[in-house]
Design a protein around this ligand. Structure first.
Ligand code: ARG
Length: 493
């Protein structure tokens, strides 16, 4: 072993340099165009808790990569095209009142499917409707658009609550690739990769077999002429390479779609839709499970609505602030509850290794103790209160030299110095939890620094200012880090 010891004066210099740097000492990378495919719910369905993970993990990666200097394009690959739209439109036409506010997305898809399975007449009309839709018959397109808009209203409501970067400009649903699907078929055929199998057109990527050890096909066009989910994804790759010019594609999609992406990437490479200069990565994640260890569901076994869940988080946060700080003004409490409630739900997701399932536990995620959003937010608010007490503000200390005079100051300085590494670890592994773990460590270390090193007790001008500068830098690192996870940092709690 070779041991190095950082001297206090070296640490002082280094941590001061970070304090002077508006980007907190992070290394800016050479700019790449990175496309992150995330959230991607399906039209005519409500967003459920399963979409939470893709949305918050993708959003955190988008924020961190942007902070590192990349051009990041978020794409919301919504499911807005395909054969189910025949039955959805027919069901829409039969809905009592085709009024936006009266459409109940909770049951819409299920009800349409039920009719389709139980009424020959309805099923026939649905099939005809698919044909009309595919031939762009204007009435059908109008109805389809309305359905999409109703769904977008709902998605946007959830995105607003979640405070994620996605808006209508990020929409890149399956429907936009529909035009070039025949071209995908043509190009695969030109490469000699297309095979006919039971009337369908398929590709057999090398190395894939089913349970019977027979070659496993990737279906490109079904027997009835309809295209598949994989075909849109191939078209999407062509678009990202040839029109957008991206060099890194990240797909934040549940682990159950791993095989789909492995096969699609392999076929896209073989067909030369993308070459080795393009990096394409599926970023899978585990399930959200209830405290009973089973996939999170409502009492009747349905997937839980994301909107309901987020509303509940705000109510619960409100109650817990009321308990902690009964004197707080109501309007302020309301504002802060939002930050804490939503922050708690997001942080619970982002603070665990994304490959693992995580337990959705209200009590734990809203607790002011432990690795939680409220703990970190509270650490930040507490630092803000130090500055209020001293009748000054944090920004004033951003140009102040930090002196390391004892072990507590040395410890927190070392952690402040490794902020940049924590970001690199987070993006190197597409693992936002590395940043979360870092922030938690920082908040803990701050608590012990604050306990052992009186900040507002006057020893000397330089010590007091240096400690205030450490507080200021810690607050800034916490709020920047939380912001990169898409979480707000209230000034008081
Ligand atoms: N809409 C799909 C689903 O809900 C997810 C789409 C993911 N992105 C993609 N490019 N395939 O399962």
């Amino acid at each position: 072993f070779v041991n190095f010891k950082a001297t206090d004066s070296w640490l002082s210099d280094q941590v001061s340099i970070i304090n002077y740097d508006p980007k907190l000492g992070i290394k800016i990378e050479e700019k790449k165009t990175i496309i992150i495919d995330y959230s991607s719910p399906n039209v005519a369905k409500r967003m459920h808790v399963g979409h939470l993970r893709s949305t918050v993990i993708g959003d955190a990666l988008a924020r961190i990569l942007t902070y590192k200097g990349h051009q990041v394009i978020g794409e919301n690959h919504i499911g807005d095209w395909g054969t189910p739209f025949g039955m959805l439109i027919e069901h829409f036409l039969e809905s009592e009142d085709m009024n936006v506010d009266d459409i109940d997305l909770e049951n819409f898809y299920k009800d349409a499917r039920y009719k389709f399975d139980n009424s020959e007449d309805f099923a026939n009309r649905s099939r005809k409707r698919v044909v009309k839709l595919q031939s762009k018959e204007s009435e059908s397109i109008e109805l389809w658009k309305e359905l999409v808009d109703i769904s977008l209203l709902h998605f946007n409501e959830v995105y607003d609550m979640l405070n994620v970067l996605l808006n209508d400009e990020n929409l890149a649903g399956e429907s936009i690739y529909e035009e070039i699907l025949p071209e995908v078929v043509q190009r695969l055929d030109d490469q000699g990769m297309l095979v006919e199998s039971n009337g369908a057109l398929v590709v057999f990527p090398e190395g894939w077999v089913n349970r019977e050890n027979e070659p496993l096909p990737l279906i490109i066009r079904k027997g009835d002429g309809g295209y598949n989910y994989a075909t849109s994804d191939l078209a999407c790759i062509i678009n990202r390479v040839e029109n957008i010019g991206g060099t890194e594609f990240l797909y934040v999609v549940g682990a159950e779609q791993s095989q789909h992406f492995d096969m699609v990437f392999q076929v896209a490479r073989q067909a030369n839709f993308m070459d080795d200069s393009v990096k394409s990565v599926h970023i899978p994640f585990g399930l959200v499970v209830g405290t009973d260890g089973k996939k999170l569901a409502s009492r009747d076994g349905e997937a839980i609505s994301l909107k309901d869940l987020l509303e509940e988080s705000i109510i619960r946060a409100n109650q817990s602030i009321l308990k902690k700080n009964p004197m707080m003004e109501e309007s302020e409490r309301e504002k802060i509850s939002r930050m804490i409630g939503i922050g708690s739900v997001k942080y619970a997701d982002l603070s665990v290794d994304r490959n693992k399932n995580y337990v959705f536990d209200w009590e734990k995620m809203l607790s002011f103790e432990g690795n939680t959003a409220p703990y970190l937010q509270y650490a930040h608010a507490r630092i803000c209160s130090i500055f209020r007490k001293a009748s000054t503000n944090k920004e004033k200390f951003e140009n102040n030299k930090i002196l390391v005079t004892n072990e507590n100051e040395a410890k927190i300085s070392r952690i402040l110095l490794s902020f940049s590494d924590s970001l690199d670890e987070a993006i190197g592994n597409y693992a936002p939890h590395r940043l979360a773990v870092y922030l938690h460590k920082l908040a803990q270390e701050f608590a012990s620094f604050y306990e052992n090193c009186p900040v507002l007790v006057y020893y000397s001008e330089s010590i007091m200012n240096s400690r205030l500068a450490l507080c200021s830098l810690t607050a800034r690192t916490l709020s920047t880090g939380l912001n990169l996870l898409g979480i707000d940092s209230p000034e008081r709690m």
